[in-house]
Design a protein. Structure first.
Ligand code: F6R
Length: 364
């Protein structure tokens, strides 16, 4: 059942090219997504804010979604941790669209937060993987991620398919609201359609070097993950994967926060994983990395092929092809997942069933 892979997690990492393709299949044509979500055109135009509700890895998708909705649809958006949101006094605002993001559809806090927003009068939607789950049944509309069953406790394909679904939604809303011209929407769709094949190639190329890197770093007990823009949620996600399955202390930070505290942690050899693709914030991440190097930290970079400055700064680097910044999360999450996986294997951890964790958190 593991399809020749030693663990479900590795199998699921490799299923991502297919899973992403399944997520966008048949949904790029105008109108299809609206139908699934049950949002009429007038309604889509009347949305004034999107509150995304999620936990864990799904919350990291929400952080990416926030940027996608604001960038492509011009809709103010927030990424809310469900356990906080459900207990926060909120002024209700007309035109609020509450979007639950959940692989299982059974996370107790996400369900409760979704119910609270419905009661407050918000229109609700869900991005969910499990057909017929509680969230899928209770939301006004559902966009299924079609990732297939995710067995490994650590989420991988659920994450990248959620990001794909969010991108589809942002493009749809951007077009309906006249925010995104058809040519630009076409470019982004095309970049998305090309992703599965390129990602499959990348997975093949990256595995061996990342395994070697994990061997080298297997005894490191602290990691810092840094990124900006779309890279910030990826830093959080990379750190979460590492702690969940290899039990190594890891912190994810927006790299602009480095000076505001975490730089004090940097000492000789501290591994700093930097997500530094070639986007508008790349120069700023590089200057943060110079500060890391000045303090003898070890830089492990995820960057764009051909970035000579980053290559000279980094002690180790993994390269992704040049792609649209909004699509980068689909590529850059792969080395982070694979690295966490190999670290856990090197340390003899139970990859698919990490201690203390359950696949779906059905109690508060
Ligand atoms: C991380 C992980 C958890 C889940 C979280 C939300 O690898 O698996 O952080 O992402 O418990 O679960 P869902 O998406 O089912 O609501």
């Amino acid at each position: 059942e593991k399809g020749g892979f030693p663990h479900f997690m590795l199998k699921e990492i490799h299923q991502q090219p297919h899973a992403i393709a399944d997520t966008f299949a048949g949904r790029l044509a105008a109108g299809t997504l609206q139908q699934e979500l049950g949002i009429g055109t007038d309604e889509a135009r009347a949305i004034r804010r999107i509150d995304m509700i999620a936990c864990g890895t799904s919350w990291h998708s929400a952080l990416i979604g926030r940027r996608l909705f604001e960038e492509f649809a011009g809709i103010p958006a927030s990424a809310e941790i469900a356990s906080e949101y459900r207990y926060r006094p909120r002024p209700t605002e007309e035109g609020t669209y509450a979007l639950a993001i959940t692989q299982s559809g059974e996370t107790a806090d996400t369900i409760a937060a979704l119910r609270a927003t419905r009661e407050a009068g918000a229109r609700t939607g869900a991005i969910c993987n499990v057909v017929g789950s509680t969230v899928a049944r209770e939301a006004d509309g559902v966009l299924y991620t079609r990732a297939g069953p995710e067995i490994s406790v650590a989420s991988t394909k659920a994450f990248t398919t959620q990001v794909t679904a969010l991108l589809l939604m942002a493009l749809t809303l951007g077009r309906l609201r006249g925010r995104l011209d058809p040519a630009r929407a076409g470019q982004l769709s095309e970049a998305l359609v090309k992703a599965p094949e390129k990602i499959a190639g990348l997975l093949g190329r990256m595995a061996a070097p990342l395994q070697a890197l994990a061997r080298e770093k297997a005894n490191s007990n602290d990691f810092l993950y840094l990124g900006r823009g779309y890279g910030y949620p990826l830093a959080l996600e990379g750190a979460l994967k590492l702690k969940e399955i290899s039990y190594i202390h890891a912190e994810g930070y927006p790299s602009g926060e480095l000076k505001h505290g975490p730089i004090a942690l940097i000492s000789k050899g501290l591994p700093v994983v930097a997500i530094a693709p070639n986007d508008s914030l790349r120069d700023k991440v590089l200057s943060n990395l110079e500060e890391v190097k000045a303090r003898d930290g070890t830089v492990i970079a995820v960057g764009t092929e051909g970035d000579a400055d980053l290559a000279s700064l980094a002690d180790h680097a993994v390269w992704i092809p040049p792609v649209e910044p909004a699509i980068v999360p689909l590529y850059a999450s792969l080395p982070l997942q694979l690295f966490a996986y190999f670290m856990a294997v090197e340390r003899g951890c139970d990859v698919d069933q990490p201690r203390n964790l359950a696949k779906s958190v059905t109690v508060e």
